[in-house]
Design a protein around this ligand. Structure first.
Ligand code: CTP
Length: 397
């Protein structure tokens, strides 16, 4: 809930501005007070009248509106909120923020504020991928600006890819996270989750029994403590949590690339059950049955994502946590795995047949750190997630 939380909403000039109207409604439904600021370009997409009608208050748009300056200066306007939300955040607005420009009300507010800022970028795919925008993103992240989205999908311009503004409810979840003042506020955490699928041919693949339940619960628990979570997931059974940035992948190679693209992060948790091998030279066409012959599959080793990121020379997260699914000698094997993979902690789980962990709702874990092994009682996966998220918060603060 957002009861009496004050949100300053800056609406930039993009087609996604129409979603900002729904966002105002959703925020107010949850009890937030929304003060809207509409940029000149934003007013080309939505009218000041609809914005102020939905917000139930005056919309600010001009830096030189003297009446407003008399009632409330822009400095005060920028600081009287609990959170500033920019939705949609256009490439231009992000460039202004990264460059510290202040040539209109929105950019001046963003420069003058000492309030946390959350942005929901929205732009064409190519604009998002352009090195200039990527540089600005890195600068804004380093400045402590929070991001929600963009999502991947069909865009108004007819192209497909990252750049679509996050849906209003995703933005609401990110706002709830940001005003909750949890111990992980301002921290960015990567979580990998689910299985990977390694293709044999266009219709067949090698997979494993991971449901993604533990990774999903963990991402949810980290977000609930205020973290900005990048959730890189293989094709899992359970849907991803709300309020996190979801990156969907299929193969181990794609998962590695997505994990590396998420850096820098304060902590990374590798809960995915990554396939150790892929089929070498997967067929581009469906393999057919041939009389008397069986297909010959040969395998290649997949990259070890946890080991790669643990061993990164630059940009290694401050805390790297791996999981170890073991069937016997759990503590011994997991302790050796911690050393081999170079991570800080290993969450070892006993997946021997009798424990029914994989696909189940409970987990039986031992946390292995530099200080030794700590046996946790068997508990629900959601509880394991909360406890682990709390431990991560303690380690990062
Ligand atoms: N992992 C990874 N990339 C891989 C394989 C595993 O990131 N290619 C990560 C998992 O997400 C997990 C940890 O490494 O955090 C341990 O995975 P596990 O499958 O238990 O270890 P393996 O390296 O496969 O070791 P073994 O098969 O010898 O048990």
């Amino acid at each position: 809930m957002l009861a009496s939380k004050r949100i300053l909403l800056i609406i930039g000039g993009g087609i996604a501005a129409y979603k900002a109207l729904d966002l105002i409604r959703r925020l107010r439904e949850r009890g937030a007070e929304v003060t809207p600021v509409l940029t000149r370009a934003g007013a080309q997409f939505v009218t000041p009248l609809s914005v102020s009608a939905l917000a139930g208050r005056k919309v600010f748009s001009d830096l030189f509106d003297l009446t407003d300056e008399a009632e409330m200066g822009h400095i005060e306007l920028s600081r009287s909120a609990d959170l500033i939300v920019v939705a949609p955040a256009t490439a231009d607005l992000m460039a202004k923020m990264a460059g510290g420009q202040a040539d209109d009300l929105a950019s001046t507010l963003l420069l003058a504020t000492d309030t946390p800022v959350l942005i929901a970028p929205a732009m064409n795919v190519r604009m998002w991928q352009h090195p200039a925008t990527q540089r600005n993103i890195a600068t804004l992240r380093a400045d402590g600006i929070g991001f929600v989205g963009p999502d991947e999908g069909d865009m108004a311009c007819g192209e497909f890819g990252p750049g679509r503004m996050a849906e209003p409810l995703e933005i609401v979840a990110a706002v709830e996270r940001d005003v909750s003042a949890g111990p992980l506020q301002g921290k960015r955490v990567l979580v990998t989750s689910g299985p990977t699928h390694e293709p044999i041919d266009p219709v067949r693949y090698i997979a494993n029994r991971s449901s993604g339940a533990q990774g999903t619960a963990l991402a949810r628990a980290l977000a609930a403590l205020g973290a900005e979570v990048v959730f890189v997931t293989g094709p899992a059974d359970v849907p991803p949590p709300e309020g996190v940035q979801v990156v969907r992948v299929e193969t181990a190679q794609e998962m590695l690339e997505a994990a590396q693209a998420a850096l820098p992060v304060d902590a990374a948790v590798f809960a995915a059950a990554v396939a150790d091998w892929r089929v070498e030279g997967a067929a581009e066409r469906k393999l057919k049955k041939t009389k008397g012959g069986l297909p010959k599959l040969s395998f290649a080793e997949n990259p070890d994502i946890l080991a790669t990121i643990s061993g990164a020379r630059s940009g290694r997260p401050g805390l790297v946590v791996g999981f170890a699914a073991e069937t016997d000698d759990v503590v011994e094997n997991a302790t050796a795995k911690r050393a081999r993979k170079g991570c800080d902690w290993i969450v070892a789980n006993d997946v021997s047949h009798a424990t029914e962990i994989m696909g189940g709702t409970e987990n039986d874990v031992t946390l292995i750190t530099a200080d030794g092994a700590e046996d946790w009682p068997r508990m629900a996966k959601a509880e394991v997630a909360t406890r682990l998220a709390e431990r991560i918060a303690k380690a990062l603060t």
